[in-house]
Write a protein that binds this ligand. Structure first.
Ligand code: SAM
Length: 291
């Protein structure tokens, strides 16, 4: 039986054998700690019935742990140089499929139909390439694909923003976008030493669990996010000033905006960062009617 791919020695041997050089531009920081890998997989709560989508297998460190815990793993890798490596390192697992593609350009719905068929339990599990963390998560959330949730490693700073509660310094439009679709938890913080090469930033693992029903009743999601972004445009300004300055024709419609804030029971002098998602939703619904 082979040693785990992610032991420092085996990783080094694989990289040397293929003369692999890391591409910083592709966010290539590989995990070399089997305990961390096991804990990531535990947080995904997989069963023999689960299907897993992975983004960026690298040399297969996390992929092999997923293959052992799930029914099937489909993994998207952008770097062609890793394909022969993965073919060797994962050869003993017959439930892994590697797709050579930029995940951001992939048709995930189609892949799910083709690869997972009737499978009921789908999770996304990955050690993400940090240069595209937010676009990947937003793609997973907004494309309304049938997944139970997402467990991913990412920059600690972004993890803090995605999981922040209203009223805290990290709370902003990203927190609201993520928490509108999911229950968001930071489940681990991870030191730089478990990667090769070591990244410049600290890392964390978050678990996003898709909500069965939306957290709030929103009439128009695009409008909600327009209001949220406008409210956070200048964090030191009041919500009233931000909306007046940011919304189209806001200056002419100052009174309407004030009225909407009052009907939503929101003091116009509050700052955007103090508003809960429910308050933003109510405000967005009222403004949609008045504007
Ligand atoms: N899963 C491996 C591990 O934990 O050791 C590697 C993780 S590494 C942080 C990110 C991986 O994502 C790299 O293999 C990189 O080539 C790949 N990658 C980068 N951008 C990608 C994209 N747009 N689509 C798919 N894979 C990508």
């Amino acid at each position: 039986m082979n040693k785990d791919i992610a032991t420092p020695n085996r990783t080094r041997a694989i990289l040397e054998k293929y003369g692999f050089s890391f591409k910083k531009s592709l966010g290539q920081n590989f995990l070399i700690d089997t305990n961390v890998l096991r804990r990531i997989v535990d947080h995904a709560e997989l069963t023999e019935e689960s299907g897993v989508i992975e983004i960026g297998p690298g040399i297969g460190a996390l992929t092999e742990h997923l293959a052992k815990s799930a029914n099937k793993v489909v993994s998207f890798e952008i770097d062609q140089r890793l394909l022969p490596v993965l073919q060797e390192t994962l050869s003993i697992y017959d439930n892994v499929k590697i797709i050579h593609s930029d995940f951001l350009k992939a048709n995930i719905e189609l892949v799910i139909q083709e690869e997972f068929g009737e499978m009921k339990d789908l999770m996304v599990v990955a050690n993400l390439p940090y240069y595209v963390t937010t676009p990947i998560i937003m793609k997973l959330l907004t494309e309304q694909i049938p997944i139970r949730g997402i467990v991913v490693m990412l920059q600690k700073e972004v993890a803090d923003r995605m999981t922040a509660a209203a009223g805290t310094k990290d709370y902003g439009s990203l927190s609201i976008a993520v928490q509108y679709y999911t229950k968001a938890e930071k489940v681990m913080t991870v030191p730089k030493t478990v990667f090769v090469p070591q990244p410049n930033v600290d890392s964390a693992v978050i678990r996003l669990t898709r909500r069965d029903d939306p957290v709030v009743n929103v009439e128009n999601e695009d409008h909600l996010f327009t209001i949220v972004r406008a409210s956070f445009a200048q964090r030191r300004k009041t919500i009233l000033n931000n909306l007046v300055n940011q919304l189209p024709n806001g200056k002419q419609k100052k009174e309407v905006i004030e009225e909407a804030l009052k009907s939503a029971n929101i003091d116009p002098k509050r700052r955007g960062e103090t508003l809960a998602i429910e308050e933003f939703a109510l405000l967005s619904n009222i403004l949609l009617e008045l504007f």
